[in-house]
Design a protein around this ligand. Structure first.
Ligand code: KIV
Ligand code: NA
Length: 283
């Protein structure tokens, strides 16, 4: 039995305690996030970018997401597991959306799904999934799956009209039964107003300090890609809690040097012995 459920998340929200969320994509990252007692583990479609090296989240398929979800579910004992519905798996019809969400639970072992956007069609998809008995997390503001119409990854709701739209979308998603909503890359005052207007927790990323919780991407918060020449930059809103990439790079270079100089394995890492006299038989 999980120790983080919709009931315990709800209780935290009602006590005014911040909810923590981080992404993970495979068995070791799931173990790490789970053992840190982070409340919600998101198998994000950001996997397309941080694991598979794509420039956007668009290429990842439902089957790829399911493989990530399965690996994560083997590593997480405690956290509440949310799986991202990828681009193309829920937009065509509410029927598609329910089918994809069911696979995330039945095959991916997720506890809930997340979908992007708050247009009427997306709200209907969320409603249909909730009616099928599956918990749904919404996601408004910057919705990376809409990069084609947004014209790039840029902050949202910086003008009043857009801010009102984000608020209306969040309310509509709450009205059809979403248990929580991610607010991505919106000004702090907008996130504060949305959080105040809702009676479900908001989870912010690049949305300031007033949301009910925070989420960051695993590779970003750990400083995985610290190479100065590397194209994948850490977003401005992300605090780097470690420089794991630099640690990994130094270890790999030390290993390469040890092999080149024959200082590895040496006697210390050559554990298998043969009885004296037996070697002679080889010669
Ligand atoms: O895919 C992802 O990592 C996300 C979070 C940034 C919310 O959707
Ligand atoms: Na995502």
């Amino acid at each position: 039995v999980k120790s983080v459920t919709l009931r315990t998340l709800r209780a935290k929200y009602e006590r005014g305690e911040p909810i923590s969320m981080a992404t993970a994509y495979d068995y070791p990252s799931a173990v790490h996030v789970d053992q840190a007692h982070i409340d919600i583990l998101l198998v994000g479609d950001s996997a397309a970018m941080v694991v598979h090296g794509h420039d956007t989240t668009l290429p990842i398929t439902l089957d790829h997401m399911l493989a990530h979800c399965q690996s994560v579910s083997r590593g997480a004992q405690r956290a509440f597991l949310v799986g991202d519905l990828p681009f193309g798996s829920y937009e065509l019809s509410a029927r598609d959306a329910v089918g994809s969400a069911m696979r995330m639970l039945k095959e991916g072992n997720m506890d809930a799904v997340k979908l992007e956007g708050g247009s009427p069609a997306r709200v209907e998809a969320a409603r249909a999934i909730v009616e099928a008995g599956i918990a749904v997390m919404g996601h408004v503001g910057l919705t990376p799956q809409s990069v084609s119409v947004l014209g790039g990854f840029r902050p949202q709701a910086q003008v009043a009209g857009e801010a009102m739209r984000v608020l209306h979308q969040a309310k509509a998603l709450q009205a059809v039964g979403c248990f929580s909503i991610v607010l991505e890359c919106v000004p702090g005052p907008i996130a504060a107003a949305v959080t105040k207007a809702l009676s479900i927790p908001t989870i912010g990323i690049g949305a300031g300090p007033a949301t009910s919780g925070q989420v960051l991407v695993y590779h970003d918060l750990l400083g995985m890609m610290s190479h100065p020449h590397h194209a994948k930059v850490t977003p401005k809103f992300c605090k780097r809690y470690a420089e794991v990439g630099a640690t990994i790079q130094a270890a790999l270079q030390a290993y390469r040097d040890d092999v080149a100089s024959r200082s590895f394995p040496g006697v210390r890492y050559s554990p298998y012995s043969i009885k004296p006299g037996e070697v002679a038989a080889l010669e």
